[in-house]
Design a protein around this ligand. Structure first.
Ligand code: CP
Length: 314
């Protein structure tokens, strides 16, 4: 089946077939990354602009590396060095980037819906690199790609997402992908950060950390998103950690084969202890590495490339 989508805005709108196509294409690009010559000529002559109007380490660098591995030219712009700091609107900034002959724009923005907005006013592909608390589709794709590398098919697999779900774009993108892939997802955390209405997305909500961890094949930790919380949703960080932080005792409730994930940035000693973040079961840095291949696949497909054949995993 061919690929028709020009923009990557959300995982909510992607079909299971499209998610599988991105994963299959990422797997092919991942193989090229272990060669001595890591570059492929797929996007030679194209210019990609990374417009990051919120801070980022992993996503911005991975998009940068992905574009370079595809032989594209890359220009990165952040909030401090762009004219948005002088009052220019997002629309004007984006239209100027297009007028400068960019072929694609990757945007991170604090406002939910800003990538969708740009996709409606620009003629070039728009890739969402995180919009407010809404979605972070390439993170959801690289997380599920990493899970598949460890578990094979995710159908029926038990995934616990633990932490600040309410303000997490990573949680939303993972939920949309995991539910389509047939995983059994349980969200855990304080009731103020994991409201019951999330069950409408096809997941379970639990405040019983021990019970949820005992069943989990994957546990994904999320940090507290202070930058998006207008008021305190729990008494203090110390109380959050004492109730929900993943420490040695709580990790002993997990099956020894369960993997530990985190999208980063990690707040060590808050949502996860250092021993576990750096331990044998942690795949946190594998997630980061997989972010390059997954973003290569997204850039390549949205630029008009065609997907690798999907290999059945069941
Ligand atoms: N996971 C993630 O989005 O990290 P950055 O904010 O560093 O890009």
């Amino acid at each position: 089946m061919s690929w028709h989508r020009r923009h990557l805005l959300t995982l909510e709108e992607l079909s299971l077939v499209e998610i599988d196509q991105i994963h299959a294409t990422a797997a092919a690009f991942k193989r090229t990354l272990s060669r001595s010559v890591k570059k492929v000529p797929a996007l030679r002559g194209k210019t990609i602009v990374n417009l990051f109007l919120e801070p980022s380490t992993r996503t911005r660098m991975a998009f940068d590396m992905a574009a370079k591995r595809l032989s594209a030219d890359v220009i990165s712009l952040d909030a401090a060095s762009s004219s948005t700091s002088k009052g220019e609107t997002l629309r004007d900034t984006a239209e100027n980037i297009q007028a400068l002959q960019a072929d694609m724009i990757v945007i991170r923005h604090a406002a939910a819906g800003s990538p969708l907005y740009l996709s409606r006013i620009l003629d070039i592909p728009v890739i969402n690199a995180g919009d407010g608390a809404h979605e972070h589709p390439t993170q959801g794709l690289l997380d599920t790609f990493t899970m598949k590398e460890h578990l094979g098919s995710l159908r029926g697999r038990k995934v616990v997402i633990l932490g600040d779900i309410l303000f997490s774009r990573v949680a939303r993108s993972n939920i949309h992908a995991l539910v389509k892939m047939g995983a059994a997802v349980t969200l855990v955390g304080p009731s103020t950060l994991v409201p019951h209405w999330f069950t409408e997305l096809g997941v379970q909500v639990s405040h019983d950390l021990r019970g949820a961890l005992a069943d989990a094949e994957v546990v994904m930790l999320l940090r507290i998103q202070h930058e998006r919380q207008a008021t305190g949703h729990f008494p203090s960080l110390g109380e959050y950690t004492s109730m929900f932080g993943l420490n040695k005792t709580r990790a002993s409730w997990l099956d020894p084969r369960a993997i530990i994930m985190h999208p980063g940035p990690i707040n060590r000693g808050v949502e996860i202890d250092s021993d576990l973040a750096d331990g044998e079961r942690s795949v946190i840095l594998e997630q980061v590495t997989n972010g390059i291949a997954v973003r290569m696949a997204v850039l390549y497909l949205c630029a008009g490339g065609q997907p690798e054949n999907v290999m059945p995993t069941e």
